[in-house]
Ligand binder design. Sequence first.
Ligand SMILES: Cc1cc2nc3c(=O)[nH]c(=O)nc-3n(C[C@H](O)[C@H](O)[C@H](O)COP(=O)(O)O)c2cc1C
Length: 337
Amino acid sequence: MKTSLRIGDVVVSPPVLSAPMAGYTNYAYRELLRRLGGAGLIATEMVSARAFVHMGARGLGEPERLWGVQDEPRPLAVQIWDNCPETLEELAAKLAHDFKASVVDLNFGCPAPAIAKRSASGSYLLRDPEKVGELVGRVAKACAPTPATAKIRLGLTADTINAVDVAQAVEGAGGAAITVHGRTARQMYSGVADWDEIAKVKSALRAIPLIGNGDIKTAAQAVERLEKYPVDGIMIGRAGLDRPWLFREIAQLLRGETPDPEPTLLEQRNLLLEHFQLVLKRFGTELGVTLMRRFAVCYSKGRPGGRNFRDKISRVSSEREFLDVVANEFVVDLPET
Ligand SMILES: Cc1cc2nc3c(=O)[nH]c(=O)nc-3n(C[C@H](O)[C@H](O)[C@H](O)COP(=O)(O)O)c2cc1C
């Protein structure tokens, strides 16, 4: 059984990573994951290098996205995006040397129009493995000895899958690991992640770890992907929002232990409230309530009465309202009859 992987000198144990997710993987979520345990490496949201470097404090809140990063426990990966080598290397050096990030990850997977179309960054760059290599090389040099990594998709479209070429460019340029999300950019989040295509990347790599990503929903699936596919590690995004204790469950399974039982609905409600307090600490009440609505929606997915809860929680606008809806509408265990 795979129990750890190395990204440069950083040991990732277990080899289960929490995915970067813009708007979600902020300080509060990362802190919650740490309290629950089980994630071998936690990532920030992606940070726009251009906004950070050129706009500074005025920059669309980019420095804000690094809130907490300096003081958080390690290991911690910070993800950045852009297409300009100078801008990326300037931020990468800052992250490595001032912020002491454990890993600097480059985003070559984002298909959102604001990034891929209007900024010619993220998944747009998959069309040009050479350019990817150049960017990785510049960043790797700028942040050494802190490792630089890359996160990609399979390619732009089903007809132009080129993850092998991109991965070789990443490794050749000094990248220390590569994560492959098993969808094309065109798919956005539709269809299913193709793990056979992810697996093809492994034989093209000489030494660096391959991390597979996409559609892992349960601890059993996580272990199955690690066993069945030639990946060194796995990364999980959305399922960790719905069930943040998933990482702990996976870690227990990988250690050969019987996982803790699924938290009761009451325990899930308490976790949601703990998460809320962390969000308030980070963002203040006004923004915190607005932001927490989207997390609360995740907690209610697939739970009895979830639709009613989502309907109500999506409209709260104060801390009091939030707490009332959680107290009155969040599903709790039905008393035994
Ligand atoms: C709301 C949301 C935000 C995301 N933001 C990022 C991001 O900032 N950087 C990134 O590389 N991928 C981002 N992703 C993609 C995830 O990291 C991951 O690759 C994808 O969700 C597939 O994994 P999953 O099926 O485990 O969720 C985002 C995904 C979602 C759903």
